[in-house]
Design a protein around this ligand. Structure first.
Ligand code: 5GP
Length: 215
């Protein structure tokens, strides 16, 4: 088990409905030393890529992205989930279905912060069905910038997002991949990461993401 998997086993809580709570160290209270280790690991996995910007989505991705950005020495842009009076000028907008909140969000990035010259690493806390990621990818592609890679803290390998994103040809690096979890026992099954890099494939079902498309 790697450092993040060990922490998930120690402090993560499996809830009914295939939800993993990691709010004591990752996405509510944040363990900054852990986030720093994650940032270093993202840097190692994307070594050699000409990344000049990190893109994430509010709110949970921001802390992880900011600490990672210190390792890459690049700025962070976060997509906003709603219009605000502070957003001005032209904007890129994508529709995203929220797994946790079961609703449609618009994710918005001001056009001035993503340009065709940008080489972007996308970072987020969870990957489930991939809707959030598809929205972010769509925004990067609308801007003419390049997606250099995608870094995820926790991928739920039994949902379809990881398979879909890898099949689209993106370098997707998830620090922990959960292949199964049991709310009754609290047991969490992790994927052998070496198996992922050898096959490039995700185990699990063949479900496709019905609720979001790239077009
Ligand atoms: P997706 O768009 O890939 O279906 O879901 C990704 C988003 O849903 C993440 O940004 C995360 O906020 C949330 N999410 C999905 N599954 C879980 C989960 O098991 N636990 C928590 N805490 N958040 C989740």
């Amino acid at each position: 088990m790697n450092f993040l998997e060990e922490r998930i086993v120690r402090d993560g809580v499996v809830k009914e409905g295939n939800v993993l709570k990691v709010d004591s160290f990752l996405n509510h209270q944040m363990d900054i030393k852990l986030l720093d280790q994650m940032g270093a690991e993202f840097k190692r996995r994307f070594e050699g890529k000409p990344i000049n910007k990190i893109l994430t989505i509010e709110a949970s991705g921001i802390g992880i992205a900011c600490i990672a950005a210190q390792h890459f020495d690049v700025p962070v842009v976060f997509a906003k989930k709603s219009q605000s009076i502070n957003l001005d000028g032209e904007m890129y907008v994508a529709e995203v279905e929220s797994f946790t909140h079961k609703c449609i969000n618009h994710v918005i990035v001001a056009q001035k912060f993503l340009t065709p010259e940008d080489h972007v690493l996308i970072i987020d806390d969870f990957l489930a069905n991939g809707c959030a990621l598809q929205g972010l990818i769509q925004i990067v592609q609308s801007s003419g910038a390049t997606v250099e890679g995608i870094g995820i803290a926790i991928e739920k390998g039994f949902q379809s997002g990881g398979r879909m994103i890898r099949n689209l040809g993106f370098q997707l690096e998830s620090l922990a991949i959960v292949d199964g979890m049991d709310a009754a026992t609290g047991h969490i099954q992790f994927r052998d990461q070496d198996a992922v890099s050898k096959t490039g494939a995700a185990a699990g079902d063949d479900e496709i993401c019905r609720s979001c498309t790239l077009d």
